[in-house]
Write a protein that binds this ligand. Structure first.
Ligand SMILES: Nc1ncnc2c1ncn2[C@@H]1O[C@H](COP(=O)(O)OP(=O)(O)OP(=O)(O)O)[C@@H](O)[C@H]1O
Ligand SMILES: Cc1ncsc1CCO
Ligand SMILES: [Mg+2]
Length: 270
């Protein structure tokens, strides 16, 4: 059961973009645990289970159905929608526009994770159409960013795309760039093992979706989600024997993450 209390997100006006800090990330994590927002995740078959467990470890409540005659209902009762293109089969292709329409109707934030748009012209065309529908956040790795944005995956490219598209751009890698086109935040947290197992980016976008569900400030929410993910990964990486033990340790670390760890470990510039 979800806690009683104020509905998630869209009421808080106390945070301003440009003020990212460990305190902000911790406050959003506390809100996640208190409010337990629902995240409807249309994600790929590879990332599905791990993403659901990462959402639970963050404090959110996942749902993942992709069936055409249910996906709008699931989206309407959620607090944020994730659209991930990783395994873009016919069922997901049908579900995605229905879910986005429901999110628009319900004024929910939705996020686009354009997995492998660099690999297929058809997928790239679909991602371009989805980007034109104005997701609140675009989260991509460098190759996906370059294919979608048709420019180098660097600070200037991310800022220019965010300005042109009116969304938050989160360009991830060893250092994450988060920008709304005016303010930019650079997060250096994370662990090399994140690049040695699949679905870390997919899960990161899902954690950002949960943060967006409890904050009006999409820039700070996105930075918070990526910082929380990166810091939990550092804690997990220090204990992991390799890529096999890393994912469950990351779930444990995210579940146990506290203000002391965030304050001690956050590495960001803005
Ligand atoms: N070498 C690295 N060192 C530290 N953190 C990293 C490294 N590579 C990626 N990360 C972190 O891993 C997360 C996922 O980013 P990445 O860009 O690798 O996603 P991705 O390529 O979309 O992943 P996937 O498609 O497998 O889900 C981000 O939080 C990022 O900061
Ligand atoms: C490996 C893989 N293939 C399609 S989606 C996915 C998960 C990483 O994005
Ligand atoms: Mg990815």
């Amino acid at each position: 059961m979800r806690n009683d209390g104020p509905p998630p997100g869209r009421t808080d006006r106390t945070m301003r973009s440009g003020d990212f800090s460990a305190h902000v990330a911790h406050e959003i994590l506390v809100r996640l645990r208190e409010r337990q927002p629902r995240v409807h995740a249309i994600t790929n078959a590879v990332a599905k289970n791990f993403t659901a467990n990462m959402l639970l470890a963050a404090g959110a409540v996942p749902s993942m159905t992709i069936v055409a005659d249910e996906v709008a209902d699931f989206t309407r009762r959620a607090d944020a929608l994730l659209v991930n293109l990783g395994t873009l089969d016919t069922e997901r292709r049908a579900a995605i526009p229905l879910a986005i329409a429901a999110a628009e109707d319900a004024a929910l934030p939705w996020l686009l994770d354009p997995v492998f748009v660099d690999a297929s012209p058809r997928r790239l065309a679909i991602a371009q159409q989805l980007l034109a529908r104005k997701p609140k956040v675009l989260r991509a790795n460098a190759a996906e960013f370059e294919a979608l944005a048709r420019r180098p995956a660097d600070r200037k490219g991310a800022i220019d795309l965010a300005r042109e598209r009116g969304c938050i751009v989160a360009l991830t890698g060893p250092t994450d760039i988060v920008t709304d086109g005016r303010h930019s935040i650079f997060i250096a947290n994370g662990h090399r093992l994140m690049a040695r197992v699949t679905a870390m980016g997919c899960a990161a976008t899902a954690v950002v979706a949960a943060c967006l569900a409890v904050s009006d400030d999409a820039l700070l929410a996105t930075a918070s989600g990526l910082a929380i993910m990166g810091i939990a990964a550092e804690v997990a990486g220090e204990k992991a024997g390799g890529p096999g033990t890393f994912p469950p340790l990351l779930l444990d670390a995210l579940d146990a993450l506290d203000d002391a760890a965030i304050a001690a470990r956050l590495r960001c510039e803005q």
